[in-house]
Design a protein around this ligand. Structure first.
Ligand SMILES: Cc1cc2nc3c(=O)[nH]c(=O)nc-3n(C[C@H](O)[C@H](O)[C@H](O)COP(=O)(O)OP(=O)(O)OC[C@H]3O[C@@H](n4cnc5c(N)ncnc54)[C@H](O)[C@@H]3O)c2cc1C
Length: 334
């Protein structure tokens, strides 16, 4: 049975630590509860599937049902040179990577310490240090809240791209589990910036060394939501026309530019664009950019959604005026 709580405080269930109450809140931790969800949706109409809350911007009052996914369990199958590992959506992402490493299934090390759950990982195709989760996903099991059927999506059907997938446009698809194909020999993706130089001092670094290095690097650069409210990178790195990027690079030679598979587009660093305006560590009221990484917005006090969006608009306008680039907000606004 699903148990629904009324007027539930979700201020501690979102990593930005925004003050927020959900009109209705329920925990999903058993497949048998799926059949009750439909009735709940008829009662409450509006709904939102919550994982770890590390990529969302919640309003002061959410006038609908929050379905908090806490399905747990991991299965691992030997498939020759690979393992097929299926994790339920409510597994904690970083614990899952640790589990895979301990069982000899590698490849996800670069995505270590990203907060949140396994079920959310395909939603925005999480990525870090040159790796994206799409490279390892073979299948996603979803529950379609519209027709109450369990369905399976292949990797191709997910339409993955930079911080995007088909799941973003299908909020009725509740992810139940994700299957990953992980090699038994680590691909050791360590060509990314300072990761490469840090690992060079270790002789024959292992997948665990790579994971340790990623964790150490992230801890030194990103604020922990346990210490100060934040949602990691607040803006996407803009993807712009390569001719325009080349012109910008002439004006700003230090601007980090990353070539894309389609050569007519180039990704540029949103953090650099903000930092170059002197806005790293800038604060207005409860919100500010993090003093070690301008791309992260932190909540210094008890800020609300509207204050945060005002602060974000200020940054967006400054970037637009100076570089003629439109920044897009990464976390999902409820
Ligand atoms: C300090 C910090 C660092 C971060 N670093 C990175 C990074 O390096 N790379 C990166 O890509 N992201 C990063 N993020 C963002 C965030 O951690 C990821 O997007 C993560 O996958 C969100 O997981 P979650 O469980 O917290 O999702 P939530 O915030 O709860 O939800 C995010 C979205 O996923 C949907 N969702 C969640 N669970 C399900 C489900 N079971 N079924 C269907 N939809 C679901 C929600 O409805 C919502 O739309 C960072 C965040 C923080 C706070």
């Amino acid at each position: 049975m699903l148990k629904t709580i009324t007027n539930y405080d979700i201020s501690t269930l979102n990593s930005l630590k925004l003050s927020s109450t959900a009109k209705y809140y329920t925990i999903l931790d058993d497949y048998a509860q799926l059949e009750n969800i439909q009735q709940e949706l008829i009662n409450h109409k509006k709904f939102f599937v919550l994982g770890g809350g590390s990529n969302i911007i919640v309003p002061e009052v959410y006038d609908g049902l929050i379905i908090h996914n806490q399905l747990k369990g991991i299965e691992i199958i030997d498939d020759g040179e690979y393992y097929l590992v299926t994790a339920k959506a409510g597994e904690i992402w970083d614990d899952f990577i640790a589990y895979c490493g301990n069982n000899g299934a590698y490849g996800l090390e670069n995505l270590s310490l990203i907060p949140g759950t396994v079920g959310a990982s395909p939603v925005q195709n999480i990525g870090a240090y040159g790796v994206e989760v799409k490279d390892f996903i073979t299948q996603i099991e979803v529950y379609d809240l519209n027709d109450t059927q369990i369905k399976y999506l292949t990797n191709l059907e997910c339409n993955f791209s930079y911080r995007n997938s088909i799941l973003k446009s299908l909020p009725n698809f509740l992810v139940l589990s994700v299957t990953f194909r992980l090699p038994k020999i680590s691909p050791m993706n360590c060509n990314y910036g300072d990761i490469k130089s840090k690992l060079e001092i270790i002789m024959n670094p292992s997948a665990q060394d790579l994971r340790n290095c990623i964790i150490e690097t992230r801890n030194s650069k990103l604020p922990s939501p346990e210490v100060i409210g934040n949602a990691g990178s607040f803006f996407h790195n803009p993807i712009i026309d390569t001719t325009f990027a080349n012109a910008l690079k002439e004006q700003y030679p230090n601007l980090p530019c990353y070539p894309m598979l389609q050569a007519q587009y180039t990704k540029v660093s949103a953090g650099w664009l903000i930092d170059n305006l002197g806005l790293k560590g800038f604060r207005q009221g409860n919100f500010g950019t993090y003093d070690k990484q301008a791309l992260v917005i932190v909540n210094h006090g008890n800020g609300t959604q509207s204050e945060l969006l005002d602060f974000a608009s200020f940054i967006v306008n400054q970037v637009k005026q100076t570089y003629n680039i439109e920044l897009n907000i990464e976390p999902i606004i409820l």
